[in-house]
Ligand binder design. Structure first.
Ligand code: GJV
Length: 424
């Protein structure tokens, strides 16, 4: 006998069953609310991010990244979603086979100089050491090692086709006695021996995006000697509630009266189009920070495990320092390189608003509605970074917050929650 659901399925030209991976509280009336484990029928996929779905007879938009096909459908799917696809390696390493990204990274002085400083300030300790440079790109870190210290060997590992050029650059700069370029994925490559130092520039937007850190952890477990050194040695993600006046004006307030007309019916669309995903490459002025920033997560590169990356939870508590409009949260990261020299100073690469700008800039998470806040108010809550179970270089960042007003008479506490797919 056919169930109601099956009958409906037959009537529709396109229906697929999906299971919700986590709770979703829609932020507008045309979105569906659902809970983790709910089974939804997807009727249409009008965009890669937002699908038209049904739950308990009610239809609405749902964020595609929250759904996964149910087990039976997934088995079929598995046949054509190979492990390779999940990492999108062809596209990923393809983009690192061209100069654009390498130019951006090399032209970033704060980033590149930080690694040089680490090598220079540890040159005595690097003497006769074996170094692995994971994801060496054009080989800049390996070349710094060879020229500014005297390691016995540097294994420069690079999966993209850039490796062929890196080999030429090593030779051109007279470092071929020390630096060996190995082309391949760090997970698969064989090194002649274990290493004393594993150095890598693996950080992505919001620290983890791209999840190159997984490759670093796997290489650590396989190739780093007992007692060896990780550079960076630790990493932190920082968050701050902020104003974003000009971005809000440009994307949202714009519709209030362009050319004297009322275009506000487009605002829900604007919200979905511009505020659903985080804004990369945002530059926050120190003045836009409404409170002191807070580190929401700290990763120890010696003890961090690949499985820990699936879901990371952080907490925050901010005290508003000046009145302003709370438009969203901005995040950035900092990494630390421990010193090998006795009494030597830690080198830090900070990508925040009070440091030299970097190519990562900052990442902005816009709330759906701005909130006025006053000195003395507090904003506290939690942040979750959930790795996408299918698309392994992607994640969703969820923020849950409550604003406690300091004004006695109002005694109000506003709570909010929003999830930002990045990108799937
Ligand atoms: N094995 C070898 N090379 C890699 C790997 C890997 N598993 N993953 C990334 N790369 N900070 N988010 C290479 C990639 O081809 C590129 O040249 C470089 O590492 C990325 C470094 C900057 N990306 C980042």
């Amino acid at each position: 006998m056919q169930t109601e659901k099956e009958k409906e399925k037959e009537g529709d030209a396109f229906v697929e069953e999906y299971v919700a991976l986590s709770n979703f509280t829609g932020s507008s009336s045309d979105q569906l609310c659902f809970s983790s484990g709910d089974r939804l029928l997807v009727h249409a996929k009008p965009s890669p991010e937002w699908w038209w779905a049904e739950l308990h007879g009610v239809r609405g938009y749902v964020p595609a990244s929250y759904l996964r096909q149910d087990a039976a459908a997934e088995e079929e799917e598995d046949e054509h979603t190979s492990l390779e696809d999940q990492w999108q390696d062809e596209e990923y390493f393809g983009s690192y086979g061209t100069l654009r990204l390498h130019l951006e990274m090399l032209a970033d002085k704060s980033r590149t100089e930080a690694y040089r400083k680490v090598i220079v300030s540890n040159s005595a300790s690097l003497r006769s050491k074996v170094v692995m440079d994971l994801g060496c790109g054009t080989g800049i870190i390996s070349l710094f090692c060879a020229q500014l210290a005297q390691p016995s060997e540097v294994y420069a590992v690079e999966a993209s086709s850039m490796a062929e050029y890196t080999r030429q650059l090593v030779k051109q700069n007279g470092c071929e006695q020390v630096v060996t370029v190995l082309q391949g994925r760090a997970e698969e490559i064989e090194l002649p021996k274990q290493v004393d130092v594993l150095v890598s520039e693996w950080m992505g937007n919001c620290l983890l995006f791209e999840f190159m850190v997984e490759s670093v952890l796997l290489a650590r477990d396989r190739w780093l000697k007992e007692g060896g050194v990780m550079w960076p040695s630790s990493a932190a993600l920082t968050l701050v509630p902020c104003q974003a006046n000009s971005y809000y004006a440009e994307k949202m307030a714009f519709w209030e009266q362009p050319y004297g007309l009322d275009f506000t019916p487009l605002q829900p669309l604007a919200q979905q189009e511009f505020f659903t995903k985080p804004k990369f490459s945002h530059v926050i002025e120190p003045d836009d920070c409404l409170t002191a920033p807070c580190d929401v997560l700290c990763l120890d590169m010696y003890t961090l495990q690949v499985k820990d990356l699936e879901e990371i939870k952080g907490q925050f508590h901010f005290c508003v320092e000046k009145p302003g409009v709370f438009h969203g949260f901005t995040s950035w990261f900092t990494v630390h390189f421990e010193s090998l020299e006795t009494g030597g100073a830690t080198v830090e690469l900070n990508t925040g608003p009070n440091s030299q700008p970097t190519h990562w800039k900052q990442t902005l998470f816009m709330l759906d509605r701005p909130v006025s806040v006053y000195a003395g108010d507090s904003i506290s809550g939690t942040i979750f970074l959930r790795r996408n179970p299918i698309w392994r270089r992607h994640m969703t960042i969820s923020l849950h917050w409550s604003i406690n007003s300091s004004k006695k008479e109002t005694d109000n506490c506003q709570v909010g929650t929003k999830s930002f797919p990045m990108w799937r």
